[in-house]
Structures are given as C-alpha cells and as structure tokens.
Design a protein around this ligand. Sequence first.
Ligand SMILES: *Cc1c(COP(=O)(O)O)cnc(C)c1O
Length: 421
Amino acid sequence: MSKMETKCVQAGYDPGNGAPRVVPVVQSTTYKYSSVEEVGDLFDLKADGYFYTRLANPTCAALEEKMAALEGGVGALYTSSGQAASLFSILNIASAGDRIVSSVNIYGGTFNLFNVTLRKLGIDVDFVDVNDLARLEKAIVPGTKAVFAETIANPALTVADIEAIAAVAHRHGVPLIVDNTFATPALCRPIEWGADIVVHSTSKYADGHAVALGGIIVDGGTFDWAGNGYTGLSAPDESYHGLSYTETFGKSAYIVKARVQLMRDMGAAPAPMNAFLTNLGLETLHLRMERHSENALKVARFLQTQKLIKTVKYPALEGDEDYERAGKYLGGKGSGVITFEVATRDQAVKFMNALRLAKIVVHVADVRTGVLHPASSTHRQLTDRQLVEAGIGPGTIRLSVGIENVDDIIADLAGALKAAE
Ligand SMILES: *Cc1c(COP(=O)(O)O)cnc(C)c1O
C-alpha cells in the first residue's frame, strides 16, 4: 500500500495503454449498452456499470476511489455539497422515530440541518460536548442510531477525542460518523482511530482553491450493521426485489445503500466537472496542508503577542486546551483556521476594513488568506448578548490562513491591528 502523499497524486485512476494520463471529464449523463438484458442486470444491481450519471459517473468515481484510499475506507459516495453528504450519512441509517447524538461544536450549516430539518423529519438530535465521555455515554439511549462529531470543529476549533468517542459509541452498538473537512486525510484519518463513516465538505481543503462545491461520504466498512439491528441495511429492500444490502454487499453495505437508494431517490448528484476540479486540488492536498498548518501556527504565535488581541484559539498552539489532542490526532499540526478576539465590535470592523492581502470572504480553507467577522455576517441577526451565548464575541474574527508567504500575511495583520487601535 502506498503512502498518503502518493495516494493524493495517483490514487483513483490507473489509465490503460493509450488512455488519457489525466482523469478525463466524462461530460455525459448516459451510457450505451447493446442488449436489454445487460441494462436489466444493472438495474437489478447484478452487474456493475455506469448507466446514469445521477447514480455514478467515471470522473466522480475516480474522485470517490481516491478519497476512499486516502481515508482508508472500502468505498465512497461523492455528493453535490457537504450538506448533502452530512444529510445522507444520517438518513442512510436513521428515520422518523430514531435519534442521533451530535457534538455541540459543529459547523453552523450542519447544526441547522440537525436542529431544524432532521427534527421536522422526525429524527431527534441530542447535542452534547462529545469529549465529555460521561455526558456522551448518558446521551446514547435506545433508538440512538449514530454519534456525529467534527475532527476539528468549524468554527470552535476543538479537536474530537475520536478514539475515546468511538469506544463509547461502539459499546452501545452505535457507529461514529466524523466530519473530517478541516483536518483532511493529510492530517488525520478518523477510520484508523475507530470512526466508521467519514464525511467531508470537499468545497474546503479537498478542492482548496474555492472553485467547486462538493461533499463525500467514505465508508470504513468496519461496522456490523446486521448484528446491531440496523434493519434498513439488512432487511429486504422492496425497491430492489427484496435484496439485503448486508447479505449482498457485505462490508460495503452502507455505501452501496447510500448510492442506490438515497442518491437514486434524492438526487444530490455532483457535476463531473466539479469532480475533475476537486481531484486536481487533491493532487496537492499533502503539500498544501503542511504549509497551511505551518503558516497558521506562525500567525497564531504572532497574534498571541499583540496587545489588541484578547484570545487566540488554535489547536496546535502551545497552551491551547486542544493541544494534546492535536498532538495525538493531527500529528501536532492545526490546519489553517484560527479564531481570535479583539475587545470590541468597532475594533473588529476597523481591523477587517484595513486588511489588504487578507480578503473578506464567507468561505474558509482555500489557498488565499481570508477573514470573516461573524457578528456582522453569519451571525448578524444576533444581539451582543445572544452572540456571547453562541460562544461568539462581538470582537471574534475567524481567519483562514492561506499559503502565501507568511511574512506578508503577518505584515498585513500587523498593519490592520495598528489601524484598529
Ligand atoms: C462547509 C462545511 C460543511 C458544508 O459543506 P458545503 O460544501 O458548504 O455544503 C460541512 N461541514 C463542515 C465542517 C464545513 O466546514
């Protein structure tokens, strides 16, 4: 088995003689067959092959194979966005009347999906601090179908104690789903620590250039669905003439079901062109994550020394409450995102407006340094008091450190801090 860096560059596509060296964009919704029987076998899942791009496409398949190889899974499903990947990861094993346990420290979009939309579908969600293992243990009750956490939480930047969380979940016969968007497989491979399913917004570091939305679900192939009563995976599926996923597909049951049932019915299918662009991004993931982490640590250390700045949150920073977990799970690296706080809203606004190299964007995790002031953008509707309750101060700033020269980044920040004094 080749190493992570080699997989970033080469996994997922092995061209034959005379075939394109680079993964081609297969811009076709449909595929040709020479007999009715061959197409019938595809629809019965008796044969493997492309027939409609909503279900599978060669360019998307190359990306899926690469991500599965990088995460150490048995298969993957590429989706149109990270939101679709998170939604499918739950709907594949939970339905009305079931519950899931989720970390409180998750991406705002995922929080809304769980707290509003899943509840409307009849799936109840219990939010806990998943690193508090006693609280986690209590939250898992009969009917709980999954535990969900983020490796590095966006934007709280806490690091999940994956090995310990997985042990608690498994003791209760429940799988652990980990959103590995901020860490990426270059820093952490959650399946190696006991996670069963990994999801990503590939719109962030996987793409890395802010050009293509996407999401992916990777199946570790580790969880015993039939043995733990997940009948949606083991009982006959009438829409496939009574086929049982666990009996027919074994270790790949979860990811096959996500594709042939959820993607078939809900259709959050990605564009082949986005798979092509995301694959280009993945070819340099290992190099980018190294530089993002190196630059961000230097920037965090600089910010820490500035008198205008009250707090700096960065998991790889000495003294951070997640420092030890960053050592264990992220190889001591912290990825590219830093959260810090100046005293007042006014100072934050002056600082933001004085930046030149760092641009104001809502996105994070691409090659260009970007900055966001939650209180005046993503959390604009909240009062200062509500902001504090949400763990966000009026002076909180989220900085996504890019891979430009770090001295230039620091000079830009220093200049803007001076302007905000
Ligand atoms: C952005 C993000 C998502 C949602 O992904 P989209 O591609 O924007 O739909 C999910 N999880 C995390 C951690 C994210 O940062």
